[in-house]
Design a protein around this ligand. Structure first.
Ligand code: FAD
Length: 300
């Protein structure tokens, strides 16, 4: 189905949330690259989200939901159709039994601070991972031995057929992976945590943040660019392929952490894509290992 600008204008008609036209995605990604999204929306509430989705569906307009953009590489041609951010879905509610109901738009930092104040432990590792809770669920983000999905009791998503609540046992997930249907949107989750003395939670948070010292690469980045292959470290493979500090255009293999690709200034997405291809080629030649991107690549 082909759609036109007036169809897109219909999608945003009457919305109370944020509506931006031809919005550079470099403003919404931590790599600071990416061409414009035709339409960028932050729906005010679930009704608005559902309305926007119904309108995009009936006109055949593609739609991409993003979080904080900390794991996202948007190509230079930008994104045709509609980009939706769930920043407004930022509810955070304590429930009996050491549980928290958390909206997809809550940032990991707000979530971990809130959990600490409630003396609820088990999610401190997220304090070191930038992004939204929705992004953390979708990526099954993890660090320091913890993974987001481990703490989920119920996951709420939105499909074309409506909202769906599933128990963790009903979900398929793994290393940086949660199985979702195409177009399925994560709305939030109920977490089951543990009552822990606040002092211990704060100590964990401080320890995790301190451990991040070695990852302060000083330039815009998206964290680990490649997944760690089974039994190996992507950074080591890239280092052993001799690529520390290599540059294409404004994109560089960080001198500090070789699995971080950084924007040294003026980089575009094509620079990152070319550098990533070169890394994959050299690592394959040197170690016989196929690296796979952890960063999600979108757009045209
Ligand atoms: C300095 C730095 C350090 C990092 N360290 C770590 C780390 O230790 N561990 C780790 O796992 N990651 C790490 N990351 C990567 C990143 O922080 C995580 O992947 C994070 O969970 C991404 O969240 P986000 O909200 O930014 O998602 P985005 O980057 O916006 O989106 C990621 C993907 O999820 C999809 N998505 C986002 N929200 C939704 C939703 N609500 N419904 C459906 N799909 C959605 C997007 O379409 C995209 O495909 C790091 C990044 C940086 C910059």
């Amino acid at each position: 189905m082909t759609w036109s600008r007036p169809d897109l204008e219909q999608v945003a008609q009457g919305m109370k949330g944020v509506v931006l036209w031809d919005e550079p995605m470099s403003r919404h990604t931590s790599l600071r690259v990416g061409g414009p999204a035709d339409l960028y929306l932050e729906p005010a509430d679930l009704d608005e989200l559902e309305q926007a989705l119904a309108r995009t569906r009936s006109a055949g307009i593609p739609c991409l939901v993003i979080g904080g953009g900390y794991n996202l590489l948007v190509r230079d041609g930008g994104i045709r159709g509609c980009v939706i951010s769930l920043k407004g879905f930022n509810t955070l509610e304590p429930l009996p039994g050491a549980r928290l109901e958390v909206g997809a738009g809550v940032t990991n930092q707000v979530l971990t601070r809130f959990a600490a104040e409630q003396c609820l432990g088990g999610i401190e590792f997220l304090s070191a991972i930038p992004g939204s809770f929705g992004g953390a669920l979708t990526m099954n983000a993890g660090a320091h031995g913890g993974e987001t999905m481990q703490r989920v009791e119920l996951l709420t998503t939105l499909r074309q057929s409506g909202a769906l609540v599933r128990k963790r046992e009903e979900l398929e997930y793994g290393y940086r992976f949660l199985k979702l249907e195409p177009g399925e949107i994560v709305l939030g989750a109920r977490l089951r945590l543990e009552p822990v003395e606040r002092r211990l939670i704060e100590e964990n948070i401080q320890e995790y943040i301190a451990k991040r010292g070695g990852q302060r690469v000083g330039f815009p980045n998206a964290g680990s660019f490649f997944k760690n292959p089974a039994g190996a470290s992507a950074w080591r493979l890239i280092d052993e392929a001799g690529m520390r500090g290599w540059m294409i255009g404004g994109a560089q293999v960080s001198e500090v952490h070789t699995n971080f690709l950084v924007n040294k200034g003026g980089a575009n997405a094509a620079d990152f894509l070319a550098l990533a291809e070169l890394i994959k080629l050299r690592v394959k030649e040197k170690a016989g290992v196929e690296l796979e991107e952890e960063v999600r690549i979108v757009g045209e």
